[in-house]
Design a protein around this ligand. Structure first.
Ligand code: HEC
Length: 151
């Protein structure tokens, strides 16, 4: 799977009027917002499950299952649409996402089975969530270490 080079109409228009382009991923606002939104959804749901595992949030089987199911749902989204090449500047995305795309896709692919394993036990009890949570957290950390930069 390869990323398609993507030039938005807005970026082309800006170049045509030769307006000085700001030092940010000009024209990629919606993609950047969308991928950061996906990440924030992951963080929200992982936070709920982590809170239950630690006993900071009362265990609630339905809420736990919803949170875990949403982790699975986000993990099935394609990274291609929200990480177009050229959209790193000024964001938390590293250029390695494109220069080492196979590794990035592999790390994205690792999230799904870990989330599915968590979803399989999420409605059981807090201890079961705790046992499966580390697997998911490792996939977040693994990708962030390799492909995320300070904003
Ligand atoms: C395959 C790579 C990958 C995986 C897996 C991944 N992330 Fe990320 N994450 C990124 C990248 C890249 C960014 C920077 C996005 C940007 O700003 O362009 C990011 C940014 C974030 C942010 C900041 C979003 C913002 O508003 O700027 C949060 C929060 C986050 N990730 C949480 C998570 C959690 C929680 C998980 C696991 C459940 C996870 N991520 C899994 C690559 C990944």
């Amino acid at each position: 799977m390869k990323f398609v080079k993507f030039v938005s109409a807005a970026a082309v228009a800006a170049a045509l009027v030769s307006a000085p382009l700001a030092a940010s991923a000009e024209g990629f606002d919606s993609q950047i917002k969308a991928r950061q939104g996906q990440m924030n959804l992951l963080a929200l749901n992982l936070g709920i499950l982590g809170g239950m595992a630690r006993g900071n949030i009362d265990f609630d089987a339905d809420l736990a299952q919803s949170a875990a199911d949403d982790l699975v749902a986000v993990s099935t989204l394609s990274p291609m649409t929200v990480w177009p090449e050229g959209s790193a500047e000024g964001t938390g995305s590293s250029e390695t996402i494109w220069s080492n795309n196979a590794d990035f896709l592999e790390k994205w692919g690792a999230l799904n089975p870990a989330a599915v394993a968590l979803a399989a036990v999420a409605s059981t009890d807090a201890a079961s969530i705790g046992a499966a949570l580390g697997g998911v957290g490792a996939t977040c950390g693994g990708c962030h270490k390799a492909h995320r930069v300070e904003q």
